[in-house]
Design a protein around this ligand. Structure first.
Ligand code: ADP
Ligand code: MG
Length: 396
């Protein structure tokens, strides 16, 4: 990572992957109206590929002759970028493939990555078409930066462990539930999250489980208390009693056969999910949560500025969790503050924020949802470690 950024080749040949159903279903018309002429003028020649089904982009990218392309650009929400990242990481030549510059144009209802790169460019917050134009402009500039990925291990009771790569988030509890439940309001665009939040607040629930992490900085503090005072001895691991109530919604990932050569970098910070976390990890004392959120970019939505300190490749997982016991009104205030990114300055006693390199979450509530980059994954124990700057993204 000695070189902070480079430029895409000119003239640039970009594969543009469009999810015709993302957001309000207007990704393609928004692109032709607002961005296509900019790309033409900037000498970005592009081939449009309209996805036909979930995982189509993932399969295409897994098989593609990448020497034909200088950039892979998605016009969609974060879900399609998740497919592309994982398609690249599933290739035999993953190490080279994941170096392919990626681009994103917001066309979905959840445009966290687009909102984040817009923010990193130093511009004032915008949304909708203005965000699209801003990201189109970044694409025309063609500056490529490294981007962190997290390697996420999923281990449900019913299947063998799997590993996926994530560029944005792991979520459990309130935020994951809102993300999934608000799918039904997809037609109202990004406002679906606001509506979903209000609906969820009315039927607030507590989620039980255990959370542990490896601090990014050993001198770090949680809640004003030195980290070491929070360490509880790691007993035997939780017995995983999770049933996957949402198994049918969960995106299926290939199990990793024990003898298969590992595609992707080894996870030096993690031990298998059925073993206790290493002794230098912190196990948080709480086991009742409203939400647990691990994010590696600044925004989790156009109006959701969750990790103000995050940058594209800081090599840090920004971990936020809210303890049970918070009142509905305080939680609502917290979400309103997150819209502006002022939540960490508010001294909310139920909110904990810590910067980590790896984490493990073991839900013990029998039912619930876990999302990775906004996509539902199998419910059960999950752990992740960050890989600093593993991918490359057209941004800045
Ligand atoms: P949004 O932000 O609106 O949810 P996403 O890009 O996240 O948009 O896409 C939502 C889901 O649609 C993702 O799970 C993605 O894999 C899936 N998908 C991609 N292409 C198609 C398609 N052609 N038809 C249906 N679903 C698709
Ligand atoms: Mg980051």
């Amino acid at each position: 990572n000695g070189i902070l950024y480079s430029e895409v080749r000119r003239p640039c040949r970009a594969m543009l992957l469009v999810n015709p159903h993302s957001g309000k279903g207007q990704a393609l018309s928004l692109f032709t109206r607002h961005v296509q002429h900019m790309l033409n003028e900037a000498g970005v020649s592009h081939t449009l590929v309209i996805t036909e089904r979930p995982n189509h982009a993932r399969e295409l990218v897994r098989e593609a002759d990448l020497s034909q392309w200088d950039a892979l650009v998605i016009i969609s929400g974060d879900g399609l970028l998740f497919e592309v990242v994982n398609g690249l990481m599933e290739r035999e030549d993953w190490e080279r493939a994941i170096q392919t510059p990626l681009g994103i144009l917001p066309g979905g209802s959840g445009n966290a990555m687009a909102a984040s790169i817009h923010h990193y460019s130093g511009a004032q917050p915008v949304s909708s078409e203005e965000l699209l134009v801003s990201c189109g402009f970044l694409l025309c500039k063609g500056l490529v930066s490294h981007m962190d990925l997290a390697s996420v291990h999923l281990g449900s009771a019913s299947s063998s462990p799997t590993r996926v790569f994530s560029f944005l988030s792991v979520a459990w509890g309130f935020v994951a539930d809102v993300d999934v439940e608000s799918e039904r309001y997809r037609h109202i665009g990004a406002a679906r999250f606001t509506l979903g939040t209000l609906v969820r607040l009315a039927s607030l629930r507590v989620y039980q489980g255990r959370l542990a992490f490896l601090p990014a900085d050993n001198a770090g503090r949680v809640d004003g208390r030195p980290l070491c005072s929070l360490v509880v001895p790691c007993q035997n691991n939780f017995h995983n009693s999770c049933n996957s109530n949402n198994a049918s919604r969960a995106r299926k990932h290939e199990p990793v056969p024990a003898d298969a050569p590992l595609k992707g970098p080894p996870d030096s910070l993690l031990v298998p999910l059925d073993q206790p976390v290493p002794s230098n990890w912190v196990v948080v004392p709480e086991d009742n949560f409203i939400l647990v959120l691990a994010v590696y970019q600044s925004h989790l939505g156009e109006d959701f500025y969750t990790a103000p300190e995050s940058t594209l490749n800081d090599g840090i997982i920004h971990l936020l969790y809210v303890r049970a016991g918070i009142s509905r009104i305080a939680l609502l205030q917290l979400f309103l503050a997150m819209g502006k990114g002022t939540h960490l300055a508010n001294n909310c006693p139920h909110l904990v924020y810590v910067q980590v390199r790896a984490l493990r979450l073991e839900p013990s509530s029998p039912k619930g949802l876990i999302t990775v980059d906004g996509e539902v994954v199998e419910y059960g124990p999950v752990q992740a470690q960050v890989h600093s700057g593993l991918a490359r993204l057209i941004s800045r």
